[in-house]
Write a protein that binds this ligand. Sequence first.
Ligand SMILES: [Zn+2]
Length: 463
Amino acid sequence: MKKIYMSGWTPRDIFVFLLIINLLQALQVKEAAAWSEHPLLVKPALANHPVWRYATAVEAVTLKDFLIRTESELANFLGRQEAWSVTNLPNYKPCPEALMFRATGNPDDILERFYSAIRINPHVKVPLYLHLIPGQESFNRDPADPAAITTLANPGAMLSSRYVWVRAGEMLDPFEVLCTANDEPDYGFDLGLFEDNGTAYGKRYGFGIQPFGNPNLEYSSQAPFHMGFFHEAGILYKFGPFLRETYIDYRIFLYKALSEFAFQQGQPYWGWRFMGWGMHYMGDVSMPYHMKPLPGVSTTRMMWINLKSILGASRARDNAVQIVSNRHTVFEEFQLQVLRKAYQDSENSHPFLLALRDSAGNGAFSYDFLINTAALQSASAAREIDRILKKNVPVRMVSDPKIEVSDLPELEKLMELIPGEMGSEANSRVIRAIARQMRSFSMNIRSFMDSILKNIDPESYSG
Ligand SMILES: [Zn+2]
């Protein structure tokens, strides 16, 4: 018995450790998309940014051409960025030496070399296209099939969005490029990156086994890249160190640096597109269900339901996980339905749009801002949001652990259901709570964007 004790751990420590492992590793992250359809949020948030007064149109360049044009500088840049990440990101898993980007001059495998070096799903498609918001003019461009943009077997919500193809060499509005890119990290970039995800690349990438969530659910494997648990009780980290194994900070700083690199190389199309990729993760930070493992469940209660689970009654644990997952889904669905309708009805003063346009309280971006302003705001809001959903959404959708809410057909009519069953005050309470997070979304992405613009020569984006 004695030799299983890790240095200095008492039997009580090991007992608590088992309790916490038991609960957190059961986290079934079914919804890992955070906000749905990011461009709907980014557009109002950044439309009045002063940069659009002088940012000039950009020429669409394929990723392959961008890589060929910048290959040797890119190799140096990625080497420096890796060294930066090792030094500055507290829970970073270094990129294995064999995956580092080398300038070989071979155009045939340049995409693969790049995907390996930034450790994303090598099957990503990354075509030239634009994502239109409801009511937006397509200028006679050909509609694009979501299946040609995402790697997901089931494009789900993408089927309700509109995409159009763009040709290489076409001149594009940089704001459109930025908004479009904001949704892309949810199109399969971070799927299958762990050793136990059953992919060949996951075995090479060096991220180890998936720290939480179900490694067998396709969409769940991206969760540790779009979530971050930075504000938990010390005891949870002590006994559940895998809670720190999230990589949202890695993605944010990598794409920020890639954006600056592309602008500096005279490649503004990729400057804006990489900026959009990084901005996606900054937006995710404002989604409370991505910054807390179990919002609304206190540390003490977590330990109590775990104790029961270890003693053979796992129902309390499974119930808690199912309920959190359902509330997460309801939050996202409600946000998407209400926002789409506000666009369709041109409801310019809808509380969501007003919140997104409110750029007050913009803090200067830094690692500290990410953790101690953006993530802290979101994690602190989680409990209240959870309570508001519990009180104002029909019980079966948010408090019945026997129900998987995404299987309910009425989920599609969530907007009507909330006032219908709960009185119209319920609707405004949920709207206010989500609008508060949209204000943070807006603040986070603006802060991120400004920090990139500050680091580059304005001539690289204004002709
Ligand atoms: Zn995301």
